[in-house]
Design a binder for this molecule. Structure first.
Ligand code: ATP
Length: 316
């Protein structure tokens, strides 16, 4: 049985009020399964529908169509059982300012009906580097520490499925490392992890499979290694102050003076260099590097309007 099963999920945000925008389809027939024990990445640009999908999974929003199962429990019909299997680390820093860290964790454990959870709470505090802050009031914590507490709160009932919605947005390198070490440990212990992130190198390093969403549809779903293999084999990286010839400009990723040009076949490296020479483009600091997940992401996101990936391809 999959840990999470999204089955033809759609979401239309209704138009509310007189001057409101028309109804908006944020998710369109999203279907895929996440297997037990998988570390799974959900990627997509701003507005792709990631948070909407996670809100439906968490029971915070209702799907307009389709259904979502967690360990076989429907998130709407069997909300309590489904929720018990889920630990959700939200994007927003929401917390109760009146509790200490330990009190907040105990309170959350009680909410899930767990009474003797102090050993686990100590392990969580230790793993998240919060032991010395256990008695601190939530108001006294830095933003990064509050985020660690949110992770603790999500895990206090030992859920088999952990969902992290952009957990490292605006977080320093040290916390990112602590967090990933901790989550990777849980993954090794058999927990299922669903991660949404904008840091593609994070997804590349951690996730076994990745789904990419664009305008509410799944446009790619595969093992991370297979997605990388589909990417351009090489990327030309250089600096220039000159305009690129139109044929190359259409394929290039330009950031200020830096240009990156995908070259799926070795021969294209030569071809690109010849085209640049012919157009009189002066280049500096040329490097030829291997493609990474960011290249795949950009290729897919800049492609034509999405066609959904057939549901049958989703099985592992
Ligand atoms: N309550 C709402 N009412 C109307 N439209 C909404 C609502 N919430 C989200 N949307 C729209 O649905 C689309 C998907 O939003 P969503 O927040 O799920 O995207 P996302 O992939 O999580 O983006 P981000 O990476 O910016 O967090 C967006 O176009 C957004 O404007």
């Amino acid at each position: 049985m999959p840990a999470i099963s999204f089955q033809s999920v759609s979401k239309v945000y209704a138009s509310t009020g007189k001057h409101a925008p028309p109804p908006f389809k944020a998710l369109d027939d999203v279907s895929f399964d996440i297997e037990e024990g998988e570390f799974f990445g959900l990627l997509g640009p701003n507005g792709a529908g990631k948070t909407t999908l996670i809100s439906i999974l968490a029971g915070l929003a209702r799907a307009s169509g389709g259904r979502v199962l967690v360990h076989g429990y429907d998130v709407q019909k069997d909300f309590v059982a489904a929720r018990r299997h889920l630990g959700i680390v939200p994007q927003e820093l929401v917390f109760d300012p009146f509790f200490t860290v330990r009190e907040a964790l105990r309170f959350q454990a009680g909410y899930f009906g767990l009474r003797h959870s102090d050993d686990w709470i100590d392990e969580l505090l230790d793993g998240l580097g919060l032991s010395d802050k256990a008695g601190a009031n939530m108001r006294q914590l830095s933003g990064g520490m509050k985020r660690r507490v949110l992770v603790g709160l999500a895990l206090v009932h030992k859920p088999p499925v952990i969902v992290l919605d952009e957990p490292t947005a605006g977080v320093d390198v040290e916390l990112r490392q602590t967090l990933w070490q901790f989550i990777s440990n849980l993954s090794r212990r058999g927990h299922t992890v669903l991660l949404t992130t904008h840091y593609l190198e994070e997804a590349e390093a951690l996730c076994q499979r990745i789904a990419m969403l664009k305008l509410g549809r799944v446009i790619a779903l595969d093992r991370t290694s297979a997605l990388l293999a589909k990417a351009a084999a090489k990327v030309l990286h250089f600096k220039t102050d000159d305009a690129l010839p139109p044929a190359l400009a259409a394929q290039a990723r330009v950031t200020g003076r830096i240009v990156e040009l995908p070259a799926p076949m070795a021969a294209e490296v030569e071809h690109h260099l010849a085209a640049l020479r012919e157009a009189g483009v002066r280049i500096e600091d040329l490097e030829i590097r291997k493609a990474d997940l960011e290249d795949v992401f950009i290729q897919l996101m800049s492609g034509p309007a999405p066609a959904a990936v057939p549901a049958l391809e989703h099985a592992q």
